[in-house]
Write a protein of this length. Sequence first.
Length: 348
Amino acid sequence: MNLKHISHLQDYSNCKLFGLAPDNEEIYCFELTNKNGMRVQLTNYGATLTSLKVPAIDGKLTDVVLGFDNPEDYIASYSLPSGPYFGTTVGRYAGRINKGNFTLNDTTFQLAGNNNGNALHGGNTGFGQKIWDVTDLTDQSVTFHLISENLEENYPGELQVFLTYTLREENELKLEYKATTSEDTIINLTHHSYFNLNGHDSDVLDQEMFIDADTILETNNESIPTGKFTALDGHNFDFRNRKNCPASIDNSFVINSNATIAAQLFSPKNNLKMSVYTDQPSVHIYVGGNCFDILKGKENANYTPVSGICFETQNFPDAPNHSHFPNAVLKKGDEYQQTTIYRFENIN
């Protein structure tokens, strides 16, 4: 079932026209619901999460992710000096690749240096700026599909990507990624929502964070991994005992191999906690950004550098250039798989 080019999309009660792309291609939004009243809204522009409403204190629904009200604002945000990637699916390669180059099977590939000469989040036009197909839709799940052509953004191989979002009755949003390639390539997909358990129109500084990590990746002054690891004993970013979110952070935490929960966010004010489960080796934590003070978000909210916090579950940035980092190569004939779950509960 490929819904993208079918005119009777509106036959699905949880599907609506969201708006039009500059070339007049239709962009849709989809709403998933569960029996607890949770409501998740997604769009096939970038396979993006636009709204996540969770029952918080007194059962009142709180929208806990930043976003925009229309596709025009999402599209325009990628032209900002430092695009926020609100709620988007990042690919082909999340995070930075040093100087935009890597070698695979004795061939060196040069990617766009879209971040101080380094490659970031897939290049000039990453997966968040693509209109995805929809291959399956129910009241509680939607599957997005994208074909990334061979040598798009100069990555080798035609990549077929499927991403299924499922809203479960346990108040979990489950993300399942699958991908295959026509020739060996590199891949690192992630989800880029900015979470705020107090609501998207407030800030995160009074929320607490837990991360089950003993180390972070050491990086240089351009946020490129050096290949070394920094122990978190006595470090400001040791979140093994929960403490308040920092006002600025852009670091990859190496999740402990025996971790049940990779990370958690707590809002005492809203009596909410979010737990992050993943099969990936790291969670990249990001707060900040230099374009936010000029951003009007959905419902006319003013977004600032501390309006939200990202929990990007992924492989290590620049892994193709470090042989001791986890493998980032997807071989022809193999399947990339990744699962991440964001679970929401009341603290008490």
